[in-house]
Design a protein around this ligand. Structure first.
Ligand SMILES: [Zn+2]
Length: 282
């Protein structure tokens, strides 16, 4: 899960700064920035895709150059836009954009440009067990729901803020990037499947947004005994930010914990979001 911001764009900018001195090899950049050479290599690849640097072979080997017409520093929104395009048009899976940042021993999480860690699902089980022991099952589920919702509000708002478009909803901003609601489902699937959250079977947008997932991480963590309250809360926050709509109802109507072989969440909003966007973008 996300943590404090890691300065990914900062590393890019350090590399650009040292390359302003002269063209250099990966190793020299690594030495001067005191960053692991693998980190430098990964960032150089991204900078090349952003059109900031290029590499040429010379007598001293492979050297990296700044592109002269492109000395402006890199900003996170550019990186996020590039990553979005890679997922949609180049069909790169989101997990390919997630990489291990050696100097800080963290994973870079794409689209929200945050650092993350891996933890076993038994940790989630421990959290639920302690909450249930302290407050009872019902209250524990309420807390997990609130944490899920709060986390989505943070993460999805952050992603939305990294896209241009001011006060528009995330769905409208995505549309401006050429991503309609159908393609939006693809990004959703790529991101959350890459992070191990669940397998997406189906998503429907409307007044009632329907999500069908198999193998949710919560059903794994709780051995299929308790409902997926964190995910339910997460979807509520997600829908709120995606469409800038008030959520008027939410329920996990099917769950592994009820004996179903998949989980189905219904998130109801004030206005039919499919119709609302069809009106905006006929
Ligand atoms: Zn469930």
């Amino acid at each position: 899960l996300g943590g404090r911001n890691l300065p990914f764009a900062e590393i890019d900018n350090e590399i650009i700064s040292v390359l302003k001195l002269k063209p250099m090899s990966v190793y020299e950049i690594s030495h001067r920035t005191r960053r692991a050479w693998r980190t430098v290599r990964d960032h150089l690849r991204r900078l090349r895709e952003l059109g900031k640097v290029e590499c040429h072979f010379s007598e001293q080997g492979k050297l990296w150059f700044l592109k002269q017409d492109n000395l402006v520093f890199v900003e996170e929104p550019q990186i996020v836009n590039l990553d979005l395009m890679k997922i949609i048009w180049d069909k790169v899976e989101a997990k390919e954009l997630m990489y291990y940042e050696k100097s800080q021993s963290k994973f870079r999480m794409p689209l929200i440009e945050e650092s993350g860690i891996l933890f076993p699902l038994s940790l989630f089980e421990a959290i639920r067990t302690v909450l249930a022991k302290s407050f009872g099952h019902h209250r524990a589920e309420g807390i997990l729901f609130d944490i899920g919702r709060k986390h989505a509000l943070h993460a999805i708002k952050k992603f939305s803020n990294l896209l241009r478009g001011g006060h528009q909803s995330l769905a409208e901003k995505l549309f401006d990037c050429g991503i309609n609601l159908e393609l939006g489902k693809k990004i959703f699937k790529s991101i959350y499947e890459s992070q191990g959250w669940f397998k997406v079977i189906d998503i429907k947008w409307g007044k009632n947004c329907v999500f069908k997932f198999k193998y949710t991480f919560e059903s794994f963590a709780y051995s299929g005994i308790y409902p997926c309250k964190f995910i339910e809360g997460y979807l509520v926050g997600f829908i709120q930010v995606l469409f800038n709509e008030n959520v008027v109802g939410h329920k996990e109507i099917k769950c592994v914990s009820m004996g179903n072989d998949y989980c189905e969440f219904h998130i109801e909003v004030e206005n039919d979001v499919q119709k609302k966007l069809d009106l905006l973008f006929p």
